[in-house]
Ligand binder design. Structure first.
Ligand code: NAD
Length: 432
């Protein structure tokens, strides 16, 4: 059986040193920058620096060959002061507790940044889903759901899809939870199929929301999306939708990639062809009439909009000096290290930070949860119009804060978000 590739995207030695600090250390560094700037008091500062609840579960799964393997999974709540815990579930060989802590903290800031009434959480299982059959994946999902069943629920913690999980995995999760209750509980999870209470537009929401923020950035910077050149690292849920919507606005998507590498066409890729090739072969690599490009080189292409839409820690102090985009739109969570942020800022490159750029996913997840609770469903036009309002308002809030405090968009987004969560924490008071 092939072994999974555990190395992060296009890693180099300088980058290894930065990633050696885990995403959690990076998340804390980003938080500390905002806390310093806000002059947060020591008590609330310490509260927000710690995840509220962390659960690790080890559980057996029966494999198709009759053997049993023990997997390790996690669910972490960073903060639930502003509402129930909300965050995706990731199946990946590199998933560990520190990853979960970072991603949960980023969810807290993201929900606060776009004013969605949720706290932040994340979950995952350390596994390579490409090495599991559909039946094995279903058994793993159902057992993992059962292991974390006392945390999740429509009033307490609502999971959603993330890397290597999709609407089918969410359907298994909902069904497992519902079986334990004895009745159907659609509100326990978002990103599920429309046929069982999912929302129109949720599949594409992360990409659509990212594009709304890119349109705002382009207006500010005075360039046209029409004819602009776009490179996307990670042609999955977030990356594909971002590429498609930008192409619909007249942009030329010149490069996209996945774990196996990337494809390039300076005149603009034929995206339906790339998507079909990925569906048929599991990779974009080898799409007819394209040239190969590595994941490393893709980040340094001459383009207007660079969209990291895969994993954390790919833009670092090592390669940031060579990034040539005007805008880096973080569809992925945590793709840029703090050192790289400083370099990009000094080079005049605008970064639309993850907690703003990819918040369209959690925003339509919130719409889905509201629809499930009301048992009343909205049209795709209503959903997209509401999503645009949320994303544009959040972009304006972040930009205004950045100008007022003369900071970059990341620090501005963090200052807004951390301040909102700190205020909620102080208003609640310390129990008992
Ligand atoms: P996905 O599994 O649908 O897609 C991930 C894509 O990235 C795949 O095409 C995969 O091949 C590619 N990829 C993985 N490792 C790579 C590597 N080392 N080099 C190049 N490409 C690589 O996952 P997704 O849901 O699109 O998530 C992608 C990012 O977006 C993650 O950071 C996730 O946390 C973030 N995000 C997702 C959502 C959502 O709604 N799905 C919402 C907000 C943020």
């Amino acid at each position: 059986m092939a072994q999974p590739d555990l190395s992060p995207v296009g890693i180099t030695s300088a980058r290894t040193a930065e990633i050696a600090r885990s995403p959690w250390e990076i998340a804390l560094q980003q938080y500390d920058r905002a806390a310093d700037k806000l002059k947060l008091g020591p008590a609330v500062r310490a509260v927000l620096r710690h995840p509220k609840r962390e659960v690790t579960v080890n559980f057996p799964v029966l494999l198709d060959d009759g053997s049993t393997r023990v997997f390790t999974g996690y669910r972490v709540w960073h903060n639930v002061t502003r509402g129930p815990a909300k965050g995706g579930i990731r199946f990946h060989p590199r998933t560990d507790l520190d990853d979960m802590r970072a991603l949960a903290m980023w969810m807290t800031w993201k929900c606060a940044c776009v004013k969605i009434p949720y706290g932040g959480a994340k979950g995952g299982v350390t596994c390579d889903p490409k090495l599991l059959s559909a039946r094995e994946l279903e058994r793993l999902t159902r057992r993992y759901t059962t292991e974390i069943a006392d945390m999740i629920g429509p009033d307490s913690d609502i999971p959603a899809p993330d890397v290597n999980t999709n609407s089918q995995v969410m359907a298994w999760l909902m069904d497992t939870y519902s079986m334990h209750r004895g009745y159907s509980v659609p509100g326990v999870v978002t990103g599920k199929p429309v046929s069982i209470g999912g929302s129109e537009g949720r599949n594409e929401a992360t990409g659509r929301g990212a594009v709304y923020t890119i349109q705002e950035a382009a207006k500010l910077l005075g360039f046209d999306i029409l004819g602009s050149r776009v490179a996307v690292q990670g042609y999955g849920n977030a990356g594909q939708a971002s590429a498609r919507f930008l192409a619909e606005l007249g942009a030329k998507v010149i490069a996209v990639s996945d774990t196996r590498g990337g494809v390039f066409d300076g005149d603009g890729l034929d995206l339906p062809l790339v998507t079909r090739h990925k569906q048929e072969t599991s990779s974009v690599v080898g799409t007819p009439r394209t040239r190969a490009v590595s994941n490393e080189d893709l980040l340094e292409l001459d383009c207007d909009i660079l969209i990291p839409a895969a994993l954390e820690g790919v833009i670092t102090a090592e390669n940031a000096p060579r990034v040539r985009a005007r805008v880096v739109a973080e569809a992925a969570n945590g793709p840029t290290t703090p050192e790289a942020d400083d370099i990009l800022r000094s080079r005049g490159i605008t970064v639309i930070p993850d907690v703003l750029c990819n918040a369209g996913g959690v925003t339509v997840s919130y719409f889905e949860w509201v629809q499930d609770r009301e048992e009343f469903f909205w049209t795709i036009d209503e959903i997209n119009a509401r999503l645009r309002r949320v994303m544009v308002r959040a972009f304006e809030d972040v930009h205004r804060t950045a100008v007022e405090h003369d900071v970059d968009m990341r620090l501005a987004a963090y200052m807004l978000a951390v301040n909102r969560v700190a205020e909620a924490t102080l208003t609640h008071g310390i129990y008992p």
